[in-house]
Design a protein around this ligand. Structure first.
Ligand SMILES: *Cc1c(COP(=O)(O)O)cnc(C)c1O
Length: 389
C-alpha cells in the first residue's frame, strides 16, 4: 500500500467511526450570528467571551498598529522582532495579573510548550491533571522530564505524587493545571493547589486560557476569583490573547527569573517570529476595555446563568461547569453528531466534541456563551434542543 493509500485508509476508518474532523468556514467575524459553510446560523462555539474580537476600540487599535508598526514583526524576538508594542503589552499583562514580569508568545499553545519544556529540566518531574490542555502535555514531553498524570482534580492523589517525587529526589517538580478546563468548564481549586505546591517546593503552572478576562470581578483571572492578594512564590501563569482578549498570541506571567529563563531557553519563543503588532496592540486595547467597560463581563455571566438555567429546566445537566463553557454530555459519538445535526438543521451551531478530545463514552455538545449572545439566540436554541429524552 502506498503511503497516500495508508493515509486514506486512516481517514476512512475515522469517518466510519464518526471521528472524522473537517473544517467549517465562517464568513465574517466571530459573532453569534454568522454564515457558516454558506448557511446562516447562530453559533455557540467561540471563545470570544467578551465579544472583543470585533469591539470598535480593539479593531481600531489593530488598524492603527498595522499602520505604525507594520502587518508583521519581521523577525523572531531576540533577533529584531521585539517591538515597542510587545514591551507595552508585556508590562500591561504583568500588571493585569499582578506578576513581576510577563512574556508575549506568538500563540498560547507556544507559551505552554515553552513553559513546560523548560521549567522542569531533564531531571525533573511533571505532574499533570489528566484533563489539562494538550499543549501542556506536549511541552512536558519536550522537557525530557518524567511525566505522571493524576486523576482530574484529585488533590489527594496529587499530594501523594508530590511526596513520591520529593522522596525520589526529583530535581524540580512542576504541577500543571488549567484554571478553567476547556471541555468541562470547571475551575481549578487554586488555594489548595498553591498550598500543596508550596509544601513540596514545587512549581505550579496554571493555564489561564479560559479564565483571563472571564473570572474575577475585574476579569483578572483565577487569583482574583479566589481573592488571593500578592503573587504566590511558587506560581507561574500561562495564557492566550485569543479568547476573551479577542486577538491572537499567548503569554507567560511570573517571577522575573522565570521570564528571563524563557527568553534564554524556550525554543518556542526563540525560534518563532514575534507576534504581529496588530495582534499585540489589539490585546493591549482589550486589557484597557476590560478595566473600563465592565458591562461585557456582566453580560457574559448573566447570559451564562440564563442558559444554564434554561438547560436545567429541560433536564440537561451541565455539571461540573462553573463557567460560560457548558457541556451537554450525550454519550457515544454517533449520538453527539446526531444532536449536532438536529440543531444545525434548526439554524444553531453547537460543536460536538469527540475522542480524542474527550473520552469515547462522554461525547458532548460544548456550548460556549459570549457577552454578545442575546435571549433571542438561546431561546431558539433551547426550543430546538427540547427536553432531554
Ligand atoms: C486555546 C487554549 C490554548 C492555546 O491557546 P492559542 O493561543 O489558541 O494557541 C491553551 N490552553 C488552553 C486551555 C486553551 O483552551
Amino acid at each position: 500500500m502506498s503511503w497516500l493509500d495508508q493515509l486514506q485508509t486512516g481517514l476512512d476508518q475515522a469517518a466510519a467511526e464518526g471521528l472524522q474532523r473537517r473544517l467549517r468556514t465562517l464568513e465574517g467575524p466571530s459573532r453569534p450570528d454568522g454564515v457558516l459553510d454558506g448557511k446562516p446560523l447562530t453559533q455557540f462555539a467561540s471563545n470570544n467571551y467578551l465579544g472583543l474580537a470585533s469591539h470598535p476600540r480593539v479593531v481600531a487599535a489593530a488598524q492603527a498598529a498595522a499602520a505604525r508598526w507594520g502587518a508583521g514583526s519581521g523577525a523572531s524576538p531576540l533577533i529584531a522582532g521585539h517591538q515597542a508594542v510587545h514591551r507595552q503589552l508585556e508590562e500591561a499583562l504583568a500588571s493585569h495579573k499582578g506578576a513581576e514580569a510577563a512574556l508575549v508568545y506568538a500563540a498560547g499553545s507556544l507559551a505552554n510548550l515553552g513553559c513546560l519544556s523548560v521549567l522542569p529540566g531533564e531531571d525533573g518531574q511533571v505532574l499533570l491533571d489528566k484533563l489539562v490542555h494538550a499543549t501542556l502535555y506536549d511541552g512536558a514531553r519536550l522537557s525530557g522530564a518524567a511525566i505522571t498524570r493524576f486523576p482530574h482534580q484529585d488533590l489527594g492523589r496529587l499530594k501523594a505524587l508530590l511526596g513520591q517525587a520529593r522522596a525520589a529526589g526529583a530535581h524540580r517538580v512542576v504541577v500543571a493545571v488549567d484554571a478553567v478546563y476547556s471541555m468541562d468548564g470547571d475551575i481549578a481549586p487554586l488555594p489548595q493547589l498553591l498550598a500543596l505546591a508550596a509544601a513540596h517546593d514545587a512549581i505550579l503552572v496554571v493555564d489561564e486560557a479560559h479564565s483571563t478576562g472571564v473570572l474575577g470581578a475585574h476579569g483578572r483571572g483565577l487569583l482574583e476569583h479566589f481573592g488571593i492578594l500578592g503573587w504566590p512564590e511558587c506560581l507561574v501563569l500561562t495564557g492566550t490573547l485569543s479568547k476573551a482578549l479577542g486577538s491572537q498570541g499567548g503569554f507567560v506571567a511570573g517571577p522575573r527569573a522565570v521570564i528571563d529563563t524563557l527568553v534564554n531557553r524556550s525554543r518556542s519563543y526563540i525560534y518563532a517570529t514575534a507576534l504581529a503588532a496588530p495582534a499585540a496592540a489589539a490585546a493591549l486595547e482589550s486589557l484597557a476595555v476590560i478595566e473600563q467597560e465592565p458591562q461585557h463581563l456582566a453580560r457574559l455571566w448573566a447570559n451564562t446563568r440564563a442558559v444554564a438555567a434554561g438547560l436545567a429546566a429541560l433536564g440537561w445537566s451541565t455539571a461540573p461547569s462553573q463557567t460560560p463553557i457548558l457541556p451537554v454530555t450525550v454519550g457515544p459519538a454517533a449520538q453527539a453528531l446526531a444532536l449536532q445535526q438536529r440543531l444545525l438543521d434548526a439554524g444553531y451551531f453547537v460543536p460536538a466534541i469527540r475522542p480524542p478530545t474527550v473520552p469515547a463514552n462522554a461525547c458532548r455538545l460544548r456550548l460556549s456563551l459570549t457577552a454578545e449572545h442575546q435571549s433571542r439566540h438561546w431561546e431558539g436554541l433551547l426550543k430546538a434542543l427540547g427536553a432531554k429524552p
